[in-house]
Design a protein around this ligand. Structure first.
Ligand SMILES: [Zn+2]
Length: 291
């Protein structure tokens, strides 16, 4: 039942007999797949990885059918960052940044701005949105703030990412019970988990460590996979919307038409034959028929 070390999974754990729950997520192949066509500078990459782990943690605390988006917008080097996670943990993410202003510092990267968490669910109809300002020294601190204001649940989040992995840990005090020493202790231990441990220790070891001295139940959890909603069919729709004249123009100029997905940066390439299949053969000038 236990996950492969490094397997892409989100796993819930409980402290038996205490109103404390936790979630652990470690991403590896989904994290690599997300960046297959995008080459982010290190600080942007790590921020995106942390946001991805945070989106999975946020989705894992909800019962819903749909998609959750964490969107960061600010006047720092990273103007826009979006991390999406569906109820069945399919993830994708993208960051837009100003190369010249990048520095390995959260405040410089994000600047002044806000984080919006948007939940679009089949049951709810209208999307729900919670907003917290970009503040503090890390994305994890912002997410703590989100839980404190939006859900009014004491929560501690840890996030980390590097070239290989992205990971997150969340501990949360369940509603309806008084905050006690067990919660304080759990929080302290969660805070003490460092980035490298969060990324590379097993979920078993991390859950045991956070719940030390208490009976910890770790569940098998759910797999997490990268999936962008783009497809060749969708891109064909974009080409049709552009119109034959424009597409044929690009084809004449460049010998092919390349459309790149805004989200995952995957390039979709169409040659003359593909374009002909979309629009039919190029129009032939009509000549007068002679009887
Ligand atoms: Zn895509």
């Amino acid at each position: 039942m236990s996950a492969q070390p490094g397997g892409d999974r989100v796993r819930r754990f409980l402290l038996e007999g205490h109103p404390v729950r936790g979630q652990l997520v470690q991403l590896e192949s989904s994290w690599a797949a997300m960046r297959e066509h995008a080459h982010y500078p290190e600080p942007v990459r790590d921020l995106l990885g942390e946001a991805m782990a945070a989106a999975v943690l946020l989705a894992s605390t909800l019962k819903f059918e749909g998609s959750l988006a964490l969107q960061m917008q600010g006047d720092g080097a990273v103007g826009l960052l979006v991390a999406q996670c569906t109820h069945d943990f399919r993830v994708r993410g993208v960051a837009r940044y100003d190369e010249a202003r990048i520095a390995p510092d959260f405040a410089v990267l994000t600047g002044r701005g806000r984080i919006a968490v948007t939940i679009e669910s089949v049951e709810r109809g209208a999307p729900y949105q919670g907003i917290v300002p970009l503040a503090g020294n890390s994305l994890a601190e912002c997410i703590d703030g989100y839980f404190a204001t939006s859900e009014q649940l004491p929560t501690r989040v840890r996030l980390a990412a590097d070239a290989q992995r992205a990971a997150g840990l969340l501990v949360q005090h369940l509603p309806g019970a008084e905050v006690d020493a067990v919660w304080e202790r759990t929080c302290e231990r969660a805070t003490g988990v460092h980035g490298q441990e969060l990324l590379y220790d097993s979920c078993e070891a991390l859950a045991r460590r956070v719940g030390a001295g208490d009976d910890v139940r770790l569940f098998a959890g759910s797999p997490v996979a990268f999936e962008c909603r783009c497809s060749r069919e969708r891109v064909l729709g974009v080409l049709r919307a552009l119109g034959e004249e424009e597409v044929q123009g690009v084809l004449r100029e460049q010998g092919k038409v390349t459309v790149t997905c805004d989200f995952c940066h995957r390039p979709y390439v169409f040659d003359a034959i593909d374009v002909t299949q979309v629009f039919g053969p190029p129009a032939v000038p009509v000549t007068d028929r002679i009887n």
